[in-house]
Design a protein around this ligand. Structure first.
Ligand SMILES: CC(C)(COP(=O)(O)OP(=O)(O)OC[C@H]1O[C@@H](n2cnc3c(N)ncnc32)[C@H](O)[C@@H]1OP(=O)(O)O)[C@@H](O)C(=O)NCCC(=O)NCCS
Length: 169
């Protein structure tokens, strides 16, 4: 049984492992490996302290997915948050992405955010379909926005506004 739980510092190593596996696919995330554990530990400590919109999917003690929305710091854009997420390959297609995203969006709205943005590689059809399902709208095509192994890929920028109403998953 997989549970979706709010961020907890004790998941740092397992979260790092999950992030690393997805990053090393070199297809979906901008980073191609996870940051060192000390950095991740510090990051999660801050998240816990700020009650961040950050959730993990956990199977036993193992993190198998994550989603987070972090707000921009500057005053005029502090209502905006950026979404990041991923699910371990063996756990995809089982509804975890939907559960993680739902929890994260609800929390982001609770915390007062009114706009969530994201960027996804334009050929990441699974992620884009998931975001569209939740009402995210396409805003821009960012040409050559990502580069893997010397090859350029365009990315889509999408956003969800709180005023759009209830979740539509
Ligand atoms: C995108 C991702 C998080 C989706 O997680 P998931 O747990 O597989 O998604 P779910 O099982 O909850 O599926 C949710 C919806 O996504 C879409 N989807 C999922 N897999 C899909 C696929 N292979 N092809 C097309 N659509 C797909 C469907 O709309 C699905 O809804 P449905 O089941 O009602 O049809 C996951 O594929 C992933 O981790 N990918 C690699 C990392 C990544 O792309 N992160 C986002 C970067 S922007």
């Amino acid at each position: 049984m997989v549970f979706v739980v709010p961020v907890q510092a004790r998941y740092a190593a397992s979260y790092r492992e999950c992030l690393d596996v997805v990053a090393r696919e070199q297809r979906y995330l901008a980073q191609i490996e996870a940051l060192p554990l000390e950095k991740i530990e510090g990051f999660l400590k801050d998240s816990v302290a700020t009650d961040a919109a950050q959730f993990f999917a956990v199977d036993g003690d193992r993190v198998v997915g994550w989603a987070d929305v972090f707000p921009a710091w500057a005053h005029a854009v502090s209502h905006c948050g950026t979404l990041g997420m991923g699910v371990a390959p063996a756990y995809r297609g089982q509804g975890l992405g939907k559960r993680l995203l739902q929890a994260c969006i609800e929390k982001a709205w609770q915390k007062g955010l009114t706009r969530i943005t994201l960027e996804a590689r334009a050929d990441n059809t699974a992620a884009i379909a998931l975001y569209e399902k939740f009402g995210f709208q396409h805003e821009a095509l960012m040409r050559n926005a990502m580069r893997f192994g010397g090859q350029y890929f365009s990315a889509v920028q999408m956003s969800l506004l709180r005023e759009q109403g209830p979740l539509r998953a």
